[in-house]
Design a binder for this molecule. Structure first.
Ligand SMILES: Nc1nc2c(ncn2[C@@H]2O[C@H](COP(=O)(O)OP(=O)(O)OP(=O)(O)O)[C@@H](O)[C@H]2O)c(=O)[nH]1
Ligand SMILES: [Mg+2]
Length: 306
């Protein structure tokens, strides 16, 4: 457990400096708790990619609390801020839970180009295998040359089976084959890697719909989970992608925010939790195979504040 927190701490260190570090500085300089200090904190949150909605709500709640509990010591603001952020991030569900009644569960991994889909599939494969789940991956990015090989390397590293087709073949056909094999052979989870795509590329978006349709011929629709991979370094830009992809596949069931280790913009996780009704399942905290971690609100907040 301690190691889990350490991973979050290391991965989030730049975000910590950018958010909590700056708030601490402001608190240290403040002679008293007043609107001035709280407005400064709001500004820091907005600049730290927490988003206007969450930043406003947090500071409004802080102002209320200051008045209600007559908070005078600027240092007490930090604890209050921590619990406000924790309240936004709070999620009671287990992001790694698989519904065994609909085995195999199929995770359709989506996202714009370069967000970390293939890497995350590789890491998830290892994660689920470590959990004792029969795990298979399908290389359905037949669009980009070398994408299938990239995934095959991850499959080898994770020690899981990878269903692949030749470059240029139909991704929906690969998805169908993989789903059929996973079902016939009693797998728990099938992770489907897809090509990166922008919402403006209509034919690629149609292709996604087709993959989903084809999968639904093999397993019940509830067993297909659309998981959107967001690049944490893009900050607020990541948010609009949730709606764009939901419009295509009907519903996004979970999010993964990658590359938080390389960025000071990790406040975007708070913005997502505030503004999106989609849960964050995993976060990417580095490039190694064990660096994709189930999202845990308490650990995330502890890493930022402790
Ligand atoms: N530091 C860091 N790098 C990451 C993380 N996740 C992915 N990356 C890197 O991001 C780059 C792109 O990752 P890919 O997995 O190939 O991204 P993709 O979404 O599959 O890309 P396309 O298939 O081209 O759309 C690679 O260099 C990864 O190592 C992370 O959590 N932290
Ligand atoms: Mg890829």
């Amino acid at each position: 457990m301690f190691k889990f927190l350490r991973n979050f701490k290391e991965g989030l260190s730049r975000t910590k400096d950018n958010l909590v570090g700056k708030v601490k500085e402001a608190v240290g300089l403040a002679a008293k708790v007043d609107d001035n200090l709280l407005d400064t904190i709001e500004q820091i949150l907005i600049e730290g990619d927490v988003g206007v909605a969450a930043a406003t709500r947090i500071t409004d709640n802080l102002k209320e609390k200051v008045a209600r509990e007559s908070i005078r010591d600027p240092n007490d603001i930090l604890a209050a801020l921590k619990s406000e952020i924790a309240a936004i991030l709070k999620s009671a569900r287990d992001p790694a839970h698989l519904d065994s009644s609909t085995s195999p569960e199929i995770w359709l991994i989506l996202g714009v180009n370069g967000t970390g889909k293939t890497t995350s599939v590789g890491k998830l494969a290892k994660f689920f295998r470590d959990q004792g789940k029969k795990t298979m991956i399908a290389a359905c990015d037949t669009f980009r040359a070398a994408a299938v090989d990239q995934l095959a390397i991850w499959a080898e590293r994770s020690g899981v089976e990878c269903i692949r087709a030749k470059d240029g073949s139909d991704p929906a056909a690969v998805a169908f084959d993989a789903a059929s094999a996973a079902k016939a052979r009693g797998f728990d989870i099938l992770l489907v890697d897809t090509a990166g795509r922008l919402h403006t590329k209509t034919h690629l978006m149609e292709e996604l719909k087709k993959i989903k349709r084809v999968l639904a011929k093999v397993v019940p629709e509830e067993a297909i989970k659309a998981k959107l991979i967001l690049d944490g370094t893009t900050g607020q830009n990541a948010l609009s992608q949730v709606k764009l992809f939901a419009d295509v596949v009907g519903k996004i069931d979970g999010l993964m925010v990658t590359k938080l280790d390389g960025t000071a913009k990790g406040g975007v996780v708070i913005a997502i939790a505030e503004e999106m009704s989609v849960p964050i399942d995993f976060v990417g905290l580095g490039e190694q195979i064990d660096d994709l971690k189930p999202f845990d609100a308490d650990t995330f907040v502890a890493a930022l504040f402790e």
